[in-house]
Design a protein around this ligand. Structure first.
Ligand SMILES: CC(=O)[C@@H](O)[C@H](O)COP(=O)(O)O
Length: 260
């Protein structure tokens, strides 16, 4: 059976989602997105210059192959986030929205109370809401209760490249909710992406580690392979960790070993 990522009934083959910010150029962004194999690409509604005749990120995305996931980056209140989501839908971008309501300008940590409220409003308005959230399983459950289609806990702060220092918290979220869990933010290297998938995350969203790599196209491919490897590992079932050694060869009947 094909192993698809399903979000609100929509099926995707790739479990890697990518962002569109921080690339050295739009052409490199285009090539990196292609190398990543991502089918879902997020763009900040604020950066789109809707209505302007200037070249836009959208001109560099193959919208026949990818699903656009507008995001509310920059919003710090419920009202701002809801307004950006409505703007994206009115502009014909999508009814799927990656909801970000930032609660702290320095750490870019999400405001969980505002995120739950904005999710509730947007779900009532018919949006498919993918909220960026912290690593609290209770908040994740509340988001699902108000209709979130996924939850997107941060691995570590946006752009920090710190990976998943508290991956056990994300594991708890995975155990507690019945919607896809997408690790968003902080992934710095393919090993981080693989770890996220190995513990059972449904997908990863990666921006900075690809866009700011020395070679973004090669890094995009490395992330693609890591997400695939991590997912295969999860499905295959990794061995439990043991405190003591367990010999690889049977010890029974070994030559030269005195009989008990
Ligand atoms: C692009 C996006 O939507 C953000 O949530 C964020 O930029 C992802 O985090 P990293 O840049 O740390 O991958």
């Amino acid at each position: 059976m094909a192993d698809k990522l399903v979000i609100a009934g929509r099926e995707f083959n790739s479990r890697l989602m990518v962002g569109t910010g921080k690339y050295p150029s739009l052409e490199i962004m285009r090539k990196a997105i292609e190398a990543s194999g991502a089918e879902i690409v997020t763009v900040a509604v604020r950066r789109l210059n809707l209505g302007s005749s200037e070249p836009s990120i959208l001109d560099y995305l193959d919208l026949r192959k990818i699903t656009l996931l507008p995001n509310t980056a920059g919003a710090t209140t419920v009202d701002e986030a809801v307004r950006l989501a409505r703007l994206a839908r009115e502009a014909g971008l999508s009814d799927m929205i990656k909801l970000e309501v930032i609660g702290d300008e320095e750490t870019l940590l999400p405001d969980p109370v505002a995120t739950i409220e904005a999710t509730r409003i947007l779900v009532q308005e018919g949006f498919i809401v993918l909220p960026y959230t912290n690593q609290d399983p209770v908040v994740a459950r509340r988001l699902v209760e108000v209709g979130a289609a996924t939850v997107m806990p941060l691995g570590s702060p946006i752009g920090s490249g710190q990976g998943l220092p508290n991956f056990e918290h994300i594991q708890l979220i995975i155990q507690r909710v019945n919607v896809p869990v997408i690790v968003d933010a902080g992934i710095g290297a393919p090993s981080d992406a693989a770890l996220a998938m190995e513990i059972g995350a449904d997908a990863c969203l990666i921006n900075t580690a690809i866009a700011q790599a020395k070679d973004p196209v090669a890094m995009a491919e490395a992330m693609k392979l890591a997400v695939e490897a991590g997912r295969k590992c999860f499905l295959a079932g990794r061995i439990p960790k043991r405190t003591f050694a367990s010999p690889s060869s049977p010890t029974e009947g070994m030559i030269g070993r005195p009989k008990a």
